[in-house]
Design a binder for this molecule. Structure first.
Ligand code: PSV
Ligand code: MN
Ligand code: MN
Length: 389
């Protein structure tokens, strides 16, 4: 761990990554949902799998739930179950996109009755937050239109602003709202929250406890995502990441699989802004589906990829970078970043885990643990993640 300063090392040790419950269920595309033996049959078992990833990696102590995919009778019991397993419930994700009523949208729907129903669902999510101890309500909307003229773009923004303010007003003082944007899909002509600017405009109107969620898969190809990160950090409005990889659209593949250099550049902005510290308020979450690969190893790989990118970003020689930038030395400045990116940080991370009493290689430890064989034998008839339901 010789190359990292003591300060950088302690930052690395405090980083946590929140796992989505839906990453552990069966998922697929609109063509086919494939089944995997041993997937969880209920939210309790999804939490068991998150806890297993956390035991091995030491960096995934929270789980995001999705309502109604993770609806249970007794949320306090679910919370107690999580805590017994050594994890806590993080973000609550609302779902106003899988009900017949939401064909023309939810919070922006032209029909007042449907808007009321969508707001009521968010109020239910806020109750779930109270029962589970979750601090964050995450809203992603499928709202939009498919054809020019289908609805008024402007009126939809006004309805959305009104509905969001009702939801925001229902939050407790210690709860926050994060609003996710997405370029397109399922709407193809226009989307009501398509970009960070729109999300930010709504968040600014709501208040200080409303922030933007940046899902790395929700941009046009070629978008400079680290620029958006830098800007939102500047404004204090970067609420959280939904990390994943995209090759073509919203692929939800393993973070760092498609473009590890982009992940490094994002983490470099985070480290530069001091936003890695736990009190920075930025949440590091995954939003992924493992259609082909085993779920738990997929999540382990993802957590390690984020950790590796973070370690590389922490290795950037900031003094040398500042000096090169100040003197206009373009190549040297770039070389400082590339030197850090090109460093193999796996030995450093293995050493760090060893010092924390963890197995140096969490993937190897998991595959040798017998957990997969156990859940395959015990869990018969696991459920779809929700996307495949
Ligand atoms: C849909 O694109 C999506 O992947 C969003 O990114 C949400 O975060 C997620 O689903 C869960 O609602
Ligand atoms: Mn997302
Ligand atoms: Mn998505």
């Amino acid at each position: 761990m010789s190359d990292l300063s003591a300060e950088a090392l302690s930052l690395l040790q405090t980083q946590t990554i929140e796992l989505p419950s839906w990453a552990f269920g069966n998922s697929g595309t609109r063509f086919r949902v494939f089944t995997t033996a041993g997937v969880p049959r209920d939210p309790y078992e999804k939490i068991d799998d998150v806890a297993q990833v956390h035991r091995l990696t030491g960096v995934t102590p929270r789980v995001s739930l999705h309502i109604p995919w993770d609806r249970v009778e007794d949320y306090e019991a679910l919370r107690a179950h999580a805590e017994n397993q050594g994890v806590t419930i993080g973000t609550i994700n609302s779902n106003v996109f899988q009900d017949e009523d939401y064909k023309l949208g939810s919070l922006a729907n032209p029909d007042e009755r449907i808007r009321r129903k969508a707001v009521a669902h968010h109020l239910e999510c806020i109750d779930v937050m109270r029962a589970t101890g979750s601090p964050t309500l995450k809203i992603w909307l499928a709202d939009g239109t498919n054809y020019p003229g289908q609805d008024s773009i402007r009126a939809r923004q006004d309805r959305l602003a009104e509905a969001l303010s009702e939801i925001y007003a229902a939050l407790d003082e210690d709860q926050q709202l994060v609003l996710e944007y997405k370029l397109f899909e399922p709407s193809f002509y226009h989307t009501d929250v398509p970009d960070w600017g729109t999300s930010l405009v709504h968040c600014l109107a709501l208040g200080e406890r409303a922030k933007v969620v940046l899902d790395t898969g929700h941009h046009a190809p070629g978008t400079n995502i680290e620029f958006i990160v830098a800007q939102l950090l500047r404004l204090g409005r970067l609420g959280a990441f939904d990390f994943n990889s995209r090759f073509y659209a919203d692929d939800d593949l393993i973070v760092g699989a498609a473009d590890p250099f982009q992940l490094f550049r994002i983490m470099h902005e985070i480290v530069s802004a001091g936003a890695l510290a736990p009190d920075s308020g930025v949440g590091f979450m995954l939003d992924q589906c493992h259609n082909l690969e085993e779920k738990i190893p997929g999540e382990i790989r993802s957590a390690l990829n984020v950790q590796e990118a973070t370690a590389k970003a922490l290795l950037v020689d900031r003094e040398a970078l500042a000096a090169a930038q100040a003197s206009g030395d373009v190549l040297s400045a770039n070389a400082v970043l590339m030197d850090a990116y090109s460093t193999d940080v796996r030995p450093l991370l293995a050493e760090l885990r060893d010092s924390q009493g963890l197995a140096p290689d969490p993937m190897e430890a998991f595959l040798g643990s017998g957990y997969l064989e156990k859940i395959r034998a015990e869990r018969v008839g696991g459920t779809a993640a929700g996307w495949g339901a």
